[in-house]
Design a protein around this ligand. Structure first.
Ligand code: FMN
Length: 204
């Protein structure tokens, strides 16, 4: 099958786009408003986009509290979503007003970041402390502004729980991540294997 996204007539029960661009890691974004209210929300339009320096991005569909807080403070955290935190992650996505602290709402303890003024999930096996480097409203192919807003942040500090370090590595099997698929689907990892990049000439 083929369909043009302008009409988006795919003929399926649900739009398959997010099931195709999957699995996606979930960035659990921790921020603090200028009034001091902690905020936590999951974003699966999230990924690492650079490693020298370490850069991550997430995109907000519409202007949400996380975006607003980062516009005000310039900082955020990203907590790692393990399977054990699945329920709390989901609960933190509830569409509640900015004065509601989703850490409390989801029964989570907030830990204080060391280098930025933002909270992260104490129970998370890893968390990134980030300073925003770019906040931009994405444009469509005609150059028109959309209602998708991308935040890029430089990772300035990384927390890792000792219990997921094994043989000197961040052990992803122990960390037990969950990833977002399409529809209401999620995936975990059942096993890992290594695959070395081919060495041809001086490829990067
Ligand atoms: C697994 C998961 C992934 C999500 N990914 C996104 C996303 O990438 N972009 C987005 O705008 N909303 C996403 N949402 C919805 C937000 O989490 C939700 O709108 C939340 O209330 C936003 O919180 P905030 O206003 O405190 O930032 C996601 C929800 C879930 C459960």
């Amino acid at each position: 099958m083929f369909y043009e996204t302008q009409s988006n007539r795919h003929g399926l029960a649900h739009d398959p786009f997010k099931a195709i661009v999957a699995p996606r890691p979930i960035g659990w974004i921790g921020t603090r408003s200028s009034h001091g209210v902690n905020n936590l929300a999951p974003y699966s339009f999230f990924n690492a986009v650079g490693d020298k320096p370490k850069l991550v991005m997430f995109a907000s569909s519409g202007r949400k509290d996380s975006l607003r807080n980062i516009e005000e403070t310039g900082v955020f955290t990203v907590s790692f979503v393990s399977r054990a935190l699945l329920k709390a992650m989901n609960s933190s996505s509830a569409p509640v007003p900015p004065e509601v602290d989703e850490f409390t709402l989801s029964g989570l303890e907030a830990a204080e970041a060391q280098l930025v003024n933002a909270p992260y999930v104490q129970a998370a096996v890893a968390a990134l402390e980030c300073r925003a480097t770019m906040i931009t409203t994405l444009q469509d192919m005609e150059g028109k502004s959309t209602d998708s807003h991308m935040v890029v942040g430089q990772v300035v500090g990384i927390h890792i729980a000792e219990r997921v370090i094994h043989n000197g590595r961040f052990d992803l099997a122990l960390a037990d991540p969950i990833m977002r698929l399409g529809y209401m689907d999620y995936a975990g990892i059942d096993g890992l294997f290594e695959l070395e990049r081919p060495l041809v000439g001086s490829s990067p």
